[in-house]
Design a protein around this ligand. Structure first.
Ligand SMILES: Cc1cc2nc3c(=O)[nH]c(=O)nc-3n(C[C@H](O)[C@H](O)[C@H](O)COP(=O)(O)OP(=O)(O)OC[C@H]3O[C@@H](n4cnc5c(N)ncnc54)[C@H](O)[C@@H]3O)c2cc1C
Length: 301
């Protein structure tokens, strides 16, 4: 029996991937979404705070935004494979001599599609010298795990010099932390944050950090929060030959979101082509869907 060939396989059910798949479905095509985690919504699903940046959906938390993303996928009847991590993509010659792609995930047989859309987003950066996956009371990246952590009466160090570091320092103080010290090689944050903190609480320049003992510059902390920014999630796609910029984000054509590889598109934060947020990621999804529609309707001429 011949295997079904989807019009597009979208990797990632975050705002970018979901938007692309929903648009494709509404335009009468057959998208499939493959998502490595157990839920749709991407990074939004781990944001318990109100998302005040989307002017069409006031009053919703990131988690509620993620729930609406799931609702949109369900109403457009987009099939979504959860807990399925894409590990390899291969180009092959399909029926009619046209290129198509085999997308591998887990131990299952690969699925086939005419187009692939990479919407795999980003993940928090870890220190390069990191040896274990996890260190006790060392939290990596912002999100729900930080919101749920008990900081009251604790001495906390935050490593990182971006807006996130300062925003979280204030949040931790409000949550009753005994002290919050920021360590940053360089400051990249908006300057207005400085007025909320004592100058002595911010150390700039090189510093040492031992994750086992949670010592920063030799001083031990009860908890350490690492906010080194994000990096593109491209595990399993390293051998494709994707053209990436010096920071590791996928380069795409601005008009279509196509990568340097014909038939493979990339959208959302994995490309960092616009300011990273839910709205720009969703916009990227629309651009990719319309570009794929054009290709499919023109018979890939
Ligand atoms: C704590 C926090 C708060 C935020 N608050 C806001 C806010 O208030 N407003 C706002 O606009 N933005 C906010 N953002 C940013 C916003 O969440 C992101 O810009 C947006 O989610 C990016 O969408 P995306 O689809 O490109 O990527 P992501 O949301 O990262 O989604 C990518 C998806 O791809 C999946 N994936 C990755 N690799 C694979 C693979 N190999 N196989 C299968 N699936 C894979 C991931 O599991 C993930 O679900 C926040 C981010 C964080 C971390």
């Amino acid at each position: 029996m011949q295997q079904a060939v989807y019009d597009a396989i979208v990797i990632g059910a975050g705002p970018a991937g979901a938007s692309c798949a929903v648009w494709l479905a509404h335009m009468g095509f057959s998208p499939l979404v493959i998502e490595s985690s157990g839920r749709a919504g991407g990074l939004s699903a781990s944001n318990p705070f109100e998302d005040t940046w989307n002017v069409t959906a006031p009053g919703l938390t990131g988690e509620e935004v993620a729930a609406r993303i799931k609702l949109s996928l369900d109403s457009a009847r987009v099939p979504v494979l959860l807990n399925s991590h894409v590990t390899r993509i291969e180009r092959e010659r399909g029926a009619g001599g046209k290129d198509q792609f085999k997308v591998y995930f887990g131990a299952d047989l690969p699925l086939c599609a005419r187009y692939v859309v990479i919407a795999s987003g980003v993940e928090p950066r870890k220190p390069p010298e990191w040896e274990q996956d996890h260190y006790e009371n060392v939290l990596v990246g912002p999100g729900k795990h930080v919101a749920n952590y008990e900081f009251a009466l604790k001495d906390v160090a935050i490593l990182g010099g971006g807006d996130n570091a300062f925003e979280n320092a204030l949040f931790l103080k409000e949550r009753g932390a005994k002290s919050v010290h920021i360590y940053a090689r360089t400051l990249r944050c908006q300057r207005h944050w400085m007025k909320f903190l004592n100058e002595s609480d911010v150390t700039t320049g090189a510093y040492t950090f031992d994750p086992e003992t949670r010592q920063v510059n030799g001083r031990a902390y009860d908890a350490v929060l690492i906010l080194y920014g994000f990096r593109a999630r491209l595990q399993g796609m390293e051998d494709l030959g994707l053209d990436c910029n010096e920071l590791g984000y996928v380069r795409t054509d601005f008009e279509t979101t196509q990568t340097n590889l014909p038939g493979i598109y990339a959208i959302g934060e994995v490309t960092h082509r616009q300011h990273p947020c839910v709205v720009t990621s969703m916009a990227d999804g629309v651009v990719a869907a319309k570009a794929i529609q054009k290709q499919l309707e023109q018979g890939d001429a």
